[in-house]
Design a protein around this ligand. Structure first.
Ligand code: BTN
Length: 252
């Protein structure tokens, strides 16, 4: 592992309900070093965003959670953790998908797409203590060697490259890129982070289809993502609206 701390302390579990739940449990009981990673070959009750489940074929993918302690980050900037996690996964993909036409994008808030198919999902669970961000559990599900996804428009390294990939190697790349972006965040490189995030953001400044809570489907321009992580849309009648993750779904 070519890192200073991310991934240096590892818990490998052959089978576990959810690496995020396990990592959160660790934080309750023991003094855990920052950068600790929990990963498994078989996640039986993987959790996704919006209360969805995350189903991954055993021993084929990356299902991992990394613990960070971003005490230095103002609570208003919590969404930066989402940005750097998405950028880290984005960089892992860029490092591996070198031959061929691959359009690697971050779909708000932090899904990762290749050629509009989902290859990774991120679930971040934050713990605030005495007004500070004490712990972030960054859960990452990355499709590596799985090739069957049923009706879901998903993809994986193997689906894209046609060969099996070394999951251990991909995991170490993930730790390396996450540490790189985390250290940038720590030194306050917000402009660099934002530039990279918006450059990789799927549909940025473009007209896309959305579905709101009431089930209404509409087109709007993805104008911005606020510091708090809210999606800013410009509707057909030029009205500007802000949405949080529970209020809207970005359709393809
Ligand atoms: C999503 O796309 O909805 C987010 C999926 C996050 C899945 C990962 S797999 C490792 C970690 N443990 C979990 O239970 N969930 C995350």
């Amino acid at each position: 592992m070519e890192t200073l701390f991310v991934g240096q302390n590892q818990y490998f579990l052959p089978r576990v309900e959810s690496t995020n739940t396990y990592a959160t449990g660790l934080l309750r009981n023991v003094n855990i070093p920052e950068g600790t990673i929990v990963y498994t070959d078989h996640q039986t009750q993987g959790r996704g965003q919006r209360g969805n489940s995350w189903i991954a074929e055993p021993a084929s993918n990356i299902t991992a959670s990394i613990i960070l302690n971003p005490l230095f980050l103002g609570l208003k900037k919590t969404f930066c953790i989402s940005k750097i996690a998405a950028l880290a996964v984005h960089d892992v993909l860029t490092e591996n998908l070198t031959h061929g036409q691959f359009d690697i994008k971050i779909k708000w808030p932090n899904d990762i797409l290749v050629n509009t198919r989902k290859i990774a999902g991120i679930l971040i669970e934050n713990q605030v203590q005495t007004g500070r961000l004490a712990h972030s559990v960054i859960g990452i599900g990355l499709n590596v060697n799985q090739t069957e996804f049923g009706d879901v428009p998903a993809t994986s390294f193997k689906s894209l490259l046609g060969v099996n990939c070394d999951r251990k190697l991909v995991l170490s790349q993930l730790c390396k890129h996450l540490e790189k972006w985390y250290l940038r965040l720590k030194k306050g490189a917000f402009t660099e982070i934002d530039q990279a995030y918006f450059q990789a953001l799927y549909g940025y400044k473009q007209s896309l289809s959305f579905r709101d809570e009431a089930g209404l489907v509409f087109d709007a321009v993805l104008q911005n993502v606020t510091e708090e992580g809210l999606l800013v849309l410009v509707l057909d009648n030029h009205v500007v609206k802000h949405y949080d993750i529970k209020e809207i779904t970005l359709l393809r």
